[in-house]
Design a binder for this molecule. Structure first.
Ligand code: FMN
Length: 194
């Protein structure tokens, strides 16, 4: 079984056994590192995955977006505490096509589209009120029209080169299975000490 298939099994188990609507199994921590070496991490939602990679959506001018433009290497972490499992993924990120971002953007509820347009993500704003006013201004301005996909909004695809599947076991003798992709595209599977 390759790591994408293993991820798929684990992800579907996480969805099937999710403890409730308050927990989103697709939430993953994304770590990025800019040119100056500063490391930042935050939660984003996984929207799609497969042999091509792991897709999430965000603002390209956000702090993560700027760091990814300086250094496309990134890491993802999923933690499903009710399964006592963690998955770590490392790889390189690229922007997805404008068409793919457009299709996803317009599949979202209109208020989400307006919010993504109103929010200059990660920039300092005078107040929460100013954000809500911008949202209302756009809502009026675009009344009856399609909300255009903002220039700075879209998806990234992380192309994985390393996976680690961690599973709780008794006596702290946890399972850690790592997969490394060789330059020929073959996956090497290894066990790591916990
Ligand atoms: C559960 C959860 C899901 C989130 N999903 C996303 C997401 O899919 N895309 C996104 O841009 N931000 C998402 N966020 C907000 C980010 O964690 C973060 O605040 C934002 O992207 C700005 O990060 P940055 O300043 O490091 O770029 C989510 C936050 C939480 C708690």
């Amino acid at each position: 079984m390759d790591p994408i298939q293993r991820f798929s099994l684990w992800f579907h188990a996480a969805v099937a056994r999710s403890p409730g609507s308050w927990f989103d199994p697709s939430a993953m921590t994304l770590a990025t590192c800019g040119r100056n070496g500063d490391v930042t991490a935050r939660v984003v939602l996984l929207k799609k995955f497969g042999p091509d990679g792991f897709v999430f959506y965000t603002n390209y001018s956000s702090r993560k977006g700027i760091q990814l433009s300086e250094n496309p290497r990134a890491a993802l972490v999923f933690h499903w505490p009710y399964l006592r499992r963690q998955v770590r993924i490392e790889g390189t990120v690229e922007m997805i096509s404008r068409e793919e971002s457009e299709a996803y953007f317009h599949s979202r509820p209109r208020p989400s589209q307006l919010a993504a347009t109103a929010s200059k993500q990660s920039q300092v704003i005078p107040s929460r009120k100013s954000l809500i006013e911008e949202f209302s201004r756009l809502d009026d301005l675009l009344d009856g029209q399609t909300v255009p996909l903002p220039e700075t909004w879209g998806g990234y695809r992380l192309n994985p080169v390393v996976f680690e599947f961690w599973r709780h076991r008794d006596n702290r003798l946890h399972d850690r299975r790592r997969y490394r992709r060789t330059e020929h595209g073959k996956w090497i599977s290894e066990f790591l000490a916990p």
